[in-house]
Design a binder for this molecule. Structure first.
Ligand code: PLP
Length: 422
């Protein structure tokens, strides 16, 4: 741990006195599945950072694409009738990959911005339809949708809303159960379908603990959304671009959303970028006739040319190396390796099998953060997410031996703590 530099940095979601007392883990280099710290330690990245480094770290092809673009044009903005050639090419390429037929693509600066785009567009849609009461957006109790204004309100846990004064940041939001779909029906009845604009959902809940949808969950959600004229937004910020062994998780789980929010995997984290895929039902009125309305959302970096060039190079790598198919194969390996943890003392539940991602929930007396710290000392970088759960979601270029190593280190570390707790 190093404390030498960076005292000025206020880290996100951090208890700063502890960070400053304990020191930071400072990553300076990355290559494939490995990261190097400023004090020369080699770490195996078992989570692909914050679920983003799908193609692995330090890929020279991406560096070359970024350098070539920067030398030609760093960016030009996309407001109004301006754009740049790279943003246009990326949008076409995303449209060709899209599970939504004939979509239009809104490029964003990341996942939270994408959630903002989708939530505002859902509300705008119903205002333009003349259904002025349809403003509430529903989300799942364990979800995470980023931390801009809508995301802070839509993400399940109260911690993201507490402390900002009375009311939520965006009052017209409501939660329903992540696993009991009948609860959604109850919420719709309670609030009145005429007041509900949209439902937003992660196909597989990520930061909320890696929770797969129970059988029939999304089928029923879709039926309810159709029956009550409620828009469906899939938040694929974690799952998009291969994490579930399909380009998009909605394909795997049979969901037909009106919008898909993506980020992270679109560039594998090599640049901040996101994209919202919008169905014709929503975009058509904005594209036709002199009285077409204007969607007044955008940021300086909407369609940033260098970020878009990186996304195109990232898509090239995913396609050329068949990494989406590889993620599906690796899911099987991960599920198999994790079997040994199912009966392990100290483990409440192993949640796997909904993609190349897994959560190992620990008993409350086994401190997840300490487990992660010991694993880090042994060279494996894991992460603790909600519910004392250890996140495993390596880059798609990880080897089977590395998966086995991750699971072995985790198992031995849990064992160590379980022995102590006995
Ligand atoms: N949605 C989901 C499902 C996420 O996991 C995240 C980030 O982890 C976001 C939205 C927010 O994305 P960003 O951090 O890029 O703003």
């Amino acid at each position: 741990m190093s404390t030498a530099i960076g005292n000025a940095l206020w880290s996100p979601l951090a208890h700063m006195p502890s960070v400053l007392a304990g020191g930071r883990t400072i990553i300076t280099h990355g290559s494939g599945t490995h990261l190097t710290t400023d004090d020369g330690r080699e770490l195996l990245d078992a989570t692909a950072g914050l679920w983003h480094a799908n193609i692995g770290h330090g890929r020279p092809e991406i560096a070359e694409a970024a350098a070539a673009q920067l030398q030609r044009l760093e960016t030009y903005q996309s407001f109004g009738s301006f754009s740049n050639d790279v943003a246009l090419r990326l949008a076409d390429r995303l449209a060709a990959l899209s599970p939504i037929a004939d979509p239009r693509i809104i490029l964003t600066s990341g996942g939270s911005d994408g959630v903002e785009v989708a939530a505002k567009l859902a509300r705008l849609h119903w205002q333009l339809e003349g259904r002025h009461d349809k403003v509430t957006i529903l989300s799942r109790a364990d979800s995470y949708h980023g931390l801009h204004a809508f995301g802070s309100s839509l993400s399940g846990p109260d911690i993201y809303r507490d402390g900002y004064g009375p009311g939520t940041l965006v009052p017209e939001t409501a939660l329903f159960s992540s696993t009991d779909i009948d609860d959604l029906e109850r919420r719709i009845t309670e609030l009145g379908a005429d007041r509900i604009a949209a439902i937003i959902a992660e196909p597989v809940i990520g930061s909320g603990g890696i929770i797969a949808p129970p059988p029939g969950y999304f089928e029923r959600m879709q039926e309810l959304a159709r029956a009550h004229d409620i828009l469906l937004i899939a938040d694929e910020v974690v799952t998009g671009f291969g994490r579930t062994g399909r380009w998009f998780a909605v394909e795997r789980f049979g969901i037909a959303p009106d919008m898909i929010v993506t980020a992270k995997g679109i560039t594998s984290g090599y640049a901040p970028l996101g994209a919202v895929f919008v169905a014709p039902r929503l975009w058509k009125r904005f594209f036709d006739g002199p009285d077409a309305p204007i969607y007044r959302h955008g940021v300086t970096y909407s369609g940033h040319a260098t970020a878009c060039a990186i996304a195109l190079a990232n898509l090239d790598i995913l396609e050329r190396e068949n990494l989406v198919e590889r993620a599906a194969e690796l899911e099987t390996v991960l599920v198999r390796e994790l079997e040994v943890l199912r009966d392990q003392p100290g483990v409440v539940e192993v949640r796997s099998g909904a993609g190349f991602l897994a959560g190992v929930q620990l008993e409350p007396e086994i401190p997840g953060d300490r487990v992660a710290a010991v694993a880090l000392d042994r060279g494996v970088l894991l992460r603790v997410i909600r519910g004392n759960t250890i996140q495993i979601s390596p880059p798609f270029v990880v080897t089977e031996q590395e998966i086995a190593l991750i699971v072995r280190v985790l198992r031995e570390t849990i064992e160590q703590f379980a022995d102590r707790a006995r």
